[in-house]
Structure formats: structure tokens, C-alpha cells
Design a protein around this ligand. Structure first.
Ligand SMILES: CCCCCCCCCC(=O)SCCNC(=O)CCNC(=O)[C@H](O)C(C)(C)COP(=O)(O)OP(=O)(O)OC[C@H]1O[C@@H](n2cnc3c(N)ncnc32)[C@H](O)[C@@H]1OP(=O)(O)O
Length: 159
């Protein structure tokens, strides 16, 4: 599942400048520091391994807020990457492109074992110059555990 090209590509987040986001900011030393990449099929993928303190009530399961952050941040970073690609630019080349989360609906379908890596897979659809819809799925060991429908909204880079 996903791309075999991750080792030779630079993650979207490592190309973005000055991002202190808790979920995706390369500049947040206490954050989750997720890493997202294009896959060969046009989706964007992210693999994440949780720490024990990312747990839900039962220590064996991943916290739902952490799951929401993973889905949100992978979706928004992927929307930004798509916008640069659509404009024919490398990420962070020229004027900065920024998107934020306008809305996000999540279905939590199955508990996520905390000790297995998760895979996030985002399908992107540009609705207009300002709006991108992202359907992002979270898998654990090939099981679909959560699905988010995200509206990414473009904002000025001083947002
Ligand atoms: C280097 C940087 C990397 C950054 C990556 C960070 C990723 C992190 C992801 C996040 O956690 S972001 C933080 C959580 N999100 C927020 O705090 C957003 C708070 N909301 C806002 O700032 C504004 O409401 C928002 C920018 C989303 C929209 O306000 P605007 O005044 O810019 O937009 P406007 O109201 O003109 O709406 C633009 C379009 O989006 C639509 N829209 C906006 N919010 C919506 C919403 N909530 N639901 C549905 N549609 C929405 C709106 O209908 C409209 O559609 P149309 O163009 O078709 O008319």
C-alpha cells in the first residue's frame, strides 16, 4: 500500500517554511512532526508511529484527538502541495501558499492499536482556487479505522 518512493523524496513538511503546527510543523520540537509524500497513484501518504502517551483511555488504543490531528494535518499539507504542483512550482518556491482547515468531519470506525504504525492516504479534489476537498483515510494493518472529509481553504500567507 502507498508509495515505494518515500526514501528518495523530501517530505512536504520539510519543504514548507516556518511551520510551527503541533501536528505537521517541522519547527515544533514538541509536535508530532508528520511527514507526507506523493504516492504513485496521485494520492498523498503519511506513515506515523505513535508514542505510548498518545493513548486513549485504554493504553492499547490511539487517542482520537491525535487521530484528528493526523488526518487534519496530512490533509492540509497535501492540499498545499497540490496547489504548488498545480501552479507548476516546487513547494516553497516563489510566493508562499497557505491553506487552513475550514471544516472536517470524521468517522471513527475502529479503535487503532497504538503499537502499530498507521498509514494515512489522502485523495484530493480542487473545487475552486480557494477550496480543496480532501478525503483522508487512516489505516492500521490494512484496516480502515477512520475517515475524514476535509475542506481546505486557501488563506493569505500571513494568516
Ligand atoms: C507553512 C504553513 C503550513 C500550514 C499547515 C498547517 C496545517 C494545520 C491545519 C490546521 O489545524 S489549521 C487551524 C484550524 N483552522 C482554523 O483555525 C481556521 C479558522 N477559520 C478561518 O480562518 C476562516 O473561517 C477561513 C479561512 C477558513 C475562511 O474564511 P475566509 O473569510 O478566508 O473565507 P470565506 O468565508 O470567504 O470562504 C471562502 C470559501 O470557503 C468556504 N468556507 C469557508 N469556511 C467554510 C466552512 N467551515 N465550511 C464550508 N465552507 C467553508 C466559503 O463558503 C467560501 O466558498 P466559496 O468560495 O465557494 O464561496
Amino acid at each position: 500500500m502507498g508509495s515505494g518512493m518515500q526514501d528518495i523524496e523530501i517530505a512536504f513538511q520539510d519543504q514548507l517554511q516556518k511551520n510551527h503546527c503541533f501536528g505537521c510543523g517541522a519547527d515544533n520540537d514538541q509536535g508530532l512532526k508528520i511527514k507526507s509524500y506523493w504516492a504513485d497513484d496521485g494520492t498523498a501518504v503519511c506513515r506515523f508511529t505513535a508514542k505510548p502517551h498518545h493513548c486513549a483511555g485504554p493504553t492499547r488504543y490511539l487517542n482520537g484527538g491525535i487521530m484528528a490531528t493526523l488526518l487534519d494535518c496530512h490533509s492540509i499539507c497535501s492540499a498545499i502541495a497540490l496547489a504548488y504542483r498545480t501552479e507548476g512550482r516546487a513547494i516553497s518556491e516563489g510566493e508562499s501558499i497557505a491553506f487552513v482547515t475550514g471544516s472536517m468531519d470524521i468517522a471513527y470506525k475502529q479503535p487503532v492499536p497504538i503499537d502499530s504504525p498507521v498509514l494515512l492516504k489522502a485523495e484530493l479534489e480542487s473545487l475552486s482556487p480557494r477550496k480543496t476537498r480532501v478525503v483522508c483515510r487512516l489505516f492500521s494493518e490494512d484496516n480502515l479505522c477512520a475517515q475524514a472529509d476535509v475542506l481546505a481553504v486557501r488563506v493569505p500567507d500571513n494568516w
